[in-house]
Structure formats: structure tokens, C-alpha cells
Design a protein around this ligand. Structure first.
Ligand code: NAP
Length: 481
């Protein structure tokens, strides 16, 4: 795919957010290495200009009725639905994921816009019974103010929508910096936002090859009242530190190390289906990817045999080719990480049951891989691999496996398969995670609160709870009545 049509997004950039200088950066197709676009490389000055525009637009945006904001989100939703095929093609070109997955991601992005178009109308306060008869006490909710948002490359359309649609619904103007590798679909979505009629300055885009400078400005500029970030725990920590000077609010959606547990009483075929989904969607490059598969002894061999058979059938290739289930990894660092995890595991006694290596000498394609004889001491059980690598750990004791599953700094998503109801409740409640998939390998939905505990993040995106993260509570007390 050559030079994706961004619906004129690049030409419209000054109108969308900020002026830009002459520096540019390149965006490539990870499947082919083809140069897709050259974008203006913005820095501190342009970020500050975008913040100024958002700040100037904030009061008027917050002053609209909820219905007026809702209608603009609806318009944007409908434009995204209309342009699903084009947006998906841009997404596959810059990120590599199979076209069918890209279409599903664009639909998911549109679903967030629809959800928050509806939710915009459901911002409620509260009245409180006052302790004396001469007073009235109530709580109103108000938008927090300008929000700085930063998104990752792995879901470049849905992360943009999931983050900014609740902010806009709440009445906040936003500045967004998408990931360096995948800025094009965000650009196209912002062009559609302009078409949807958002007033000048309400949505602002900053393209940059250097996230750090933009991030510092967003954190240190007092006109920005909140930072909402999705990405690695390492960068999340840094942003939180940078926000501490001004006690700026943060929402963080960070890394994970999801356990996927199969108990003896599980439906094994369903567990295999779920594991393939939870592990290999987006080539394993998801924050909720099953990073460690624990399988109880009684069903271990049956599960592994069936799982390996399914994994061998996954076709790897260019996301535009029909039948492809797994695209390239995002870059060569991702390849090196997965190789080092395999080498560490094999060096400590792990066995490769399928896959295990790169495909071809060029590009970033990697075979979907299953490892067995894995122990908790191996790197693969400790760190997020973020690639198509499934390490299987055999276990005996149900209580012990929950302890091991919780023995991590992360707490984003966990999955387990079991049928005994007592076990289902106990395990679901004992897992220290923000989200638990029970007998399912897929749980993301605009209707549900997405987010983690421990070092996987702060706050939730999606559902009615997602809106609260962009609202401040104000207590009003009227006396002398
Ligand atoms: P990343 O390196 O943290 O980058 C994420 C975003 O932060 C990018 O836009 C990046 O910009 C920017 N960035 C990098 N360094 C920065 C800095 N010093 N200050 C401000 N911004 C900075 O993460 P990634 O590799 O793109 O994404 C993968 C990670 O995200 C994984 O750990 C995954 O689990 C996590 N993730 C979490 C969720 C969730 O909902 N919890 C969802 C998706 C992904 P540049 O591109 O310019 O570097």
C-alpha cells in the first residue's frame, strides 16, 4: 500500500492543532519496509501551541450542553464507521496486523465513540441530606480541564478512541500524541473529527518521533490538568514522576504479565480456543496477552497436544494477504526480545514444541512458538514478552498456582478455565488483577471498565467508570435557608 490517503489529514494539521517546522520523520510498513509517509516532527514548541489552543477552547467546549457534545461524538462515530475500510487499510499498512483484525479494531474504536456519545448525557451529581435544617448540600461534576494523552502503537485506532472519547464527553479539550511507528490512523481519525464539527482547538494532534520532549511539556505545562497514558510501565512511572510537581492527575494503562490457567475440570477444547485468542491476537502484542500458560497435570498433555496443533496452523505474513492470522512484529527490538526469552528458557531446560525462530532474513516475522517444561524462574514467566510466544508451565496444586499467578508486579488481566462453581468464584476473587476472563480468552468491550491494579496502572477506560476519570467532583453547600 502506497501513501495512504489520510483524508487530507496532513494538509489540515495546522487547523487541527499546531504549527510545525521543517523537521520530518518517516513511517514505514513493517511487513515490507516500504516508506508510507513523512510527517512533520513536532517538539516542545508545537506541543505548547497545541496546549494553548486546547486551553482557549476548553471553556466553550465545557459550556456546551451534554447533548451538543454527544451529537458531535455521534457524527465522528458515523464517519469512522463509513470509512472503516480505509482506516483499517491505513492501520494494517503502518502496524502490520491482519486486515480482518484491523477492521475489528476500527469497529471497536467506533464503539467507544458511540458509547461515550451516549454516556455524555448521563453525567449525574448527587444531593446529600444535610445534618442541619438551614443548609442544603450537593455535589456537581465538572470537566477536569485540558487533557494530555499519549497512545501506543499496538492498537493505534482503538486506544485513541478509548482515551479521548470519554474526555470529550466529559467536556475536556485534548492534545494527543500517537506512537511514532503508527501515527497515520490517528491522523486520519482526527481529520474525520474535524469533519464531524468539533470546534477549533478541542481536538489537537501532535506528531512526534521523540515522545520524551512532548511528554515533558504535557506534564509540566500548568494548562494541562490531567495526563492519560497507555504504554509501558517504565514510561508510565516516568510520567507520574513528572506530574508530581503539580499534583497533576494521571490515568495510566500500562504493561501486563497475564496468567492463563487451565484447571483439570476445564473444557479443554474451549481452553485451547481461548488460549489461541488470548495469546496470538495481534501477534501477541497486546497488554492483555496471555504471557504465562499454567496447565494442571491431569490435562497438561492433552492441552499441549491440541494447542500445538492449532498454533502450527496459524499463517504468518503480510496483513494484507488473505488467510494471514499473524503479521510482523513491530520492529527488530521486538524480535530480539522474543529471541532472548526463548534462549533463556531453553538454556534453563525449556523445550520448543513448535516455532522458535524468525521467518525469512528480512522483515520482522516470527514463528508462533510454544515452549513447555517452563519454570517460574525463567525470564519468560517473569517479563512481558509482547510477541507470539506461549510458555506452558505444568502445575499440581490449585492454591499454589494462584499464588504464582499473583507473584508479579503487574495486575492487568488474568484468565482461567474451570467448571467447578466453587473453584470459579474462589479463583476469580483471589486473582489480583483488574480484569479476569473466566472461560473466555477475550474480554475487551466499550461497556466494561478496562484497567489494571498494582504496576499495571491507575484508573479505568470504557464503561460509565471511564467517564468519571475526566470529571472533578465539586461539593456545594448553601447555608442560611
Ligand atoms: P511505550 O514505549 O511506553 O510508548 C507508548 C507511548 O509513549 C508512545 O506514544 C511513545 O512515543 C510514548 N513515549 C515513549 N517514551 C516517552 C516519554 N519518555 N515521555 C512521554 N511519552 C513517551 O510503549 P509501547 O512500546 O509503545 O507499547 C507497549 C506497551 O504498552 C506494553 O507494555 C503494553 O503492555 C502497554 N499497553 C498497555 C495497554 C493497557 O491498556 N494497559 C494497552 C496497550 C499497550 P514514541 O512512539 O514516540 O516513543
Amino acid at each position: 500500500m502506497k501513501s495512504p490517503d489520510l483524508f487530507g489529514a496532513i494538509d489540515r494539521l495546522p487547523a487541527l492543532g499546531a504549527p510545525f517546522g521543517r523537521r520530518r520523520f518517516e513511517v514505514f510498513n513493517p511487513s515490507t519496509g516500504e516508506l508510507l509517509a513523512e510527517l512533520p516532527d513536532m517538539g516542545v514548541e508545537e506541543t505548547r501551541a497545541a496546549i494553548d489552543k486546547a486551553y482557549a477552547a476548553q471553556a466553550e467546549w465545557a459550556g456546551l450542553t451534554a447533548r451538543e457534545r454527544s451529537e458531535m461524538l455521534w457524527q465522528w462515530h458515523q464517519l469512522i464507521v463509513t470509512h472503516t475500510d480505509d482506516l483499517a487499510a491505513i492501520l494494517t499498512a503502518e502496524m502490520g496486523k491482519p486486515l480482518a483484525e484491523a477492521k475489528s479494531e476500527v469497529s471497536h474504536a467506533a464503539a467507544y465513540l458511540q458509547w461515550y456519545a451516549e454516556e455524555a448525557n448521563r453525567i449525574y451529581g448527587e444531593t446529600i441530606s444535610a445534618p442541619s435544617t438551614d443548609r442544603r448540600m450537593l455535589v456537581i461534576k465538572q470537566p477536569i480541564g485540558v487533557v494530555g494523552t499519549i497512545t501506543p502503537w499496538n492498537f493505534p485506532a482503538s486506544m485513541v478512541a478509548r482515551k479521548i472519547s470519554p474526555a470529550l464527553a466529559a467536556g475536556c479539550a485534548i492534545v494527543l500524541k500517537p506512537a511514532e511507528q503508527t501515527p497515520l490512523v490517528a491522523g486520519a481519525m482526527f481529520a474525520l473529527a474535524a469533519e464531524a464539527g468539533f470546534p477549533d482547538g478541542v481536538v489537537n494532534l501532535v506528531y512526534a518521533s521523540e515522545g520524551a520532549a512532548v511528554g515533558r511539556e504535557l506534564c509540566h505545562n500548568p494548562k494541562v490538568r490531567k495526563i492519560s497514558f497507555t504504554g509501558s510501565t517504565e514510561v508510565g512511572r516516568l510520567l507520574m514522576r513528572q506530574c508530581s510537581d503539580q499534583i497533576k492527575k494521571v490515568s495510566l494503562e500500562l504493561g501486563g504479565n497475564a496468567p492463563f490457567i487451565v484447571f483439570d475440570d476445564a473444557d479443554i477444547d474451549a481452553a485451547v480456543d481461548g488460549a489461541v485468542q488470548a495469546k496470538f491476537r495481534n501477534a501477541g502484542q497486546t497488554c492483555v496477552s496471555a504471557n504465562r500458560l499454567y496447565v494442571q497435570s491431569g490435562v497438561h498433555d492433552e492441552f499441549v497436544d491440541k494447542f500445538v496443533e492449532r498454533v502450527r496452523q496459524l499463517q504468518v505474513g503480510d496483513g494484507f494477504d488473505p488467510g494471514v492470522a499473524i503479521g510482523p512484529l513491530i520492529d527488530s527490538h521486538a524480535l530480539s526480545k522474543i529471541e532472548s526469552h526463548i534462549a533463556d528458557a531453553v538454556g534453563k531446560g525449556g523445550a520448543i514444541r513448535c516455532g522458535g525462530g524468525r521467518i525469512g532474513r528480512d522483515g520482522t516475522f516470527f514463528q508462533p512458538t510454544v515452549l513447555t517444561d517452563i519454570s517460574s524462574a525463567m525470564t519468560v514467566a517473569q517479563e512481558e514478552t509482547f510477541g507470539p510466544l506461549a510458555p506452558v508451565i505444568r502445575f499440581e496444586d490449585a492454591d499454589q498456582v494462584v499464588r504464582e499467578a499473583n507473584d508479579t508486579i503487574y495486575g492487568l488481566a488474568a484468565y482461567f478455565y474451570a467448571s467447578n462453581l466453587k473453584r470459579v468464584w474462589r479463583v476469580a476473587e483471589a486473582l489480583e488483577y483488574g480484569m479476569v476472563g473466566i472461560n473466555t480468552g477475550r474480554m475487551s468491550s466499550e461497556a466494561a471498565p478496562f484497567g489494571g491494579v498494582k504496576q499495571s496502572g491507575i484508573g479505568r477506560e470504557g464503561s460509565r467508570h471511564g467517564l468519571e476519570d475526566y470529571l472533578e467532583m465539586k461539593y456545594l453547600c448553601m447555608g442560611g435557608i
